[in-house]
Write a protein that binds this ligand. Structure first.
Ligand code: NAD
Length: 485
């Protein structure tokens, strides 16, 4: 065991490192070792961060041109690529995810900065032909100071997803990373400053949700809020935003279905169905956690999936297995609680508990699990599990498939597997989900694709050009162009 000192990471406010009296231990989910400590910020640090963001916005950032902001974002992207291995190792240490998934996260983070670096140069308003002597036009202006609260599952990717459009559009930001995985957010701000982002344009205040998170959401000095996380906390954040009357983006949970029809392509579908529920051990908001399958292909498909699930390697993320641990003991207890109910109500086909063996004794591992014959009304059908648990239900008709898919209060993503183009379009038009994928799932993450939930999966949109518009407000200017008589 190493006796090297545990690194301590202060908050970053106005470009300065700000230590706190109290610290939060950051654990490696693979073995529950403390690998770092981060500042435990509270209302005082949040206040200072919002003031710093306001100062930088008013004195510098709002007066920069799109091309200047674009250059900074391009440099951030280049540095993220250059530091890919370092960032991936840090993300794996912090979240437990397999190294190759963490590498992909670093690549996607770079893509966000690249995409918005390009997009902001093309951002503009529109002209409105009121009358020949009354030209009018709209401007897209930054809001000012944005608060961003993010979860622990894809910290680097989600930080980049929410910060890149906000910064490119000319806002200054305060980021509150999740207490369970704050390390890459703190590294990101260092990289952004190295890339030329002025001090105070991005401030990072790690801390607990009830302390730093609640203080940020309620801060009256914000002009906009973006929250990614659970539905329950989303409700609290939206309530706080209502008190300050600021717009809020909510990216919340999901219970996304795959709909598999008899004419599906098994070679295409099987690996993607497996990946969609086992990537980062199923701790993914748009995980394909429900499999709705036509009775005629049900047995063969589930057999094929069971075989794949049993072949998955499980281990510490640094060893780059197919699946790492869950984020924390608490998360593992939640998932095991769902599995206990699922074993009682449904048919367990594989997995169902903690893997056996020395490797799994200290970390937060759970087996990849398939529950079959799951029906509406059962808890595992209704609730987001946020673990590697695929719930299988059978249908006999297209209408029944749609009814099962729609039997949820969420609406984040859906996958349709069929060779029938009419059926695919019919479903794409009816499924209430922010993203519908046909014969693929998640389009390899595409940063260009707008992403936002229907129903209780959220409000507003991140990703794509839509997000750039979301981080700007619209001002109308009308000119009376009449010469004096
Ligand atoms: P969470 O809601 O518990 O925490 C998210 C963030 O909110 C953390 O930074 C946390 O510290 C903070 N927080 C907690 N209490 C707070 C409060 N009272 N006020 C302000 N902030 C507070 O969620 P989680 O457990 O970190 O993440 C899992 C959830 O996030 C799942 O439901 C998942 O589906 C969802 N998620 C959604 C997306 C998406 O893009 N739609 C992406 C990732 C995760």
């Amino acid at each position: 065991m190493s006796d090297a000192p545990i690194p301590e990471h202060p908050a970053v406010i106005a470009g300065k490192r700000v230590a706190t009296d109290r610290w939060i231990d950051v654990l490696d989910p693979s073995d529950a070792r403390t690998v770092a400590r981060v500042a435990r910020c509270g209302p005082a640090e949040v206040r200072a961060a919002v003031e710093a963001a306001r100062h930088t916005h008013e004195s510098v950032w709002r007066f920069t041109t799109p091309v200047e902001r674009s250059r900074v974002c391009h440099r951030v992207a280049a540095l993220l690529r250059e530091r890919r291995e370092e960032l991936a190792a840090l993300e794996t240490l912090d979240t437990g995810k397999p190294l190759r998934q963490a590498r992909a996260d670093a690549d996607v983070a770079a893509r966000y900065f690249e995409f918005y670096a390009g997009a902001v140069e093309a951002l503009g308003g529109e002209t409105i032909q009121l009358r020949p002597d009354r030209p009018a036009f709209t401007l897209r202006e930054p809001y000012g100071v944005c608060g961003h609260i993010i979860p622990w599952n894809y910290p680097l990717q989600i930080a980049a997803r929410t910060l890149a459009p906000a910064l490119a559009a000319g806002n200054c930001c305060v980021l509150k990373p999740a207490e369970d995985a704050p390390l890459t957010s703190l590294r990101l701000v260092e990289i952004a400053e190295e890339a030329g982002l002025p001090p105070g344009a991005l401030n990072v205040v790690p801390g607990y949700g009830a302390e730093a998170g609640a203080a940020l959401a309620a801060h009256p000095g914000l002009d906009r809020l973006a929250f990614t996380g659970s539905r329950e906390v989303g409700e609290a954040v939206m309530t706080a935003a209502a008190r300050s009357i600021v717009p809020v983006t909510l990216e919340l949970g999901g219970k996304s279905p795959h709909l598999v029809f008899p004419d599906y392509d098994a070679a295409l579908a099987v690996p993607q169905i497996v990946e969609s529920i086992t990537e980062h051990a199923g701790q993914n908001c748009s995980a394909g956690s429900r499999l709705l399958v036509h009775r005629s292909v049900h047995a063969d498909l589930v057999d094929a999936l069971v075989e794949r699930f049993r072949a998955l390697t499980i281990g510490p993320g640094a060893a780059d297995p197919d699946m790492g641990p869950l984020i924390s003991a608490r998360q593992r207890e939640r998932v095991l609680g769902h599995l206990a109910g699922g074993r009682r109500d449904a048919v367990l086909r594989t997995g169902g508990g903690v893997p056996e063996g020395e490797t799994y004794t200290r970390g937060f591992f759970v087996e990849p699990t398939i529950l079959d014959q799951v029906v509406p009304g059962q808890r595992v059908f209704e609730e987001e599990i946020f673990g590697p648990v695929l719930c299988v239900s059978v249908f006999d008709s297209l209408e029944e498939a749609l009814a099962l898919a729609e039997h949820t209060t969420y609406g984040l993503a859906a996958g349709v597997w069929t060779s029938d183009v009419t059926r695919a379009h019919w479903l794409a038009g009816r499924l209430r989900a922010g993203q519908v994928f046909v014969n693929n799932y998640s389009a390899a993450g595409g940063v260009e694709l707008p992403f936002g939930g229907y129903r209780r999966s959220g409000i507003g949109v991140e990703k794509g050009l839509e997000a750039l518009r979301e981080y700007t407000r619209c001002k109308t200017v009308a000119i009376h162009a009449q010469l004096p008589s």
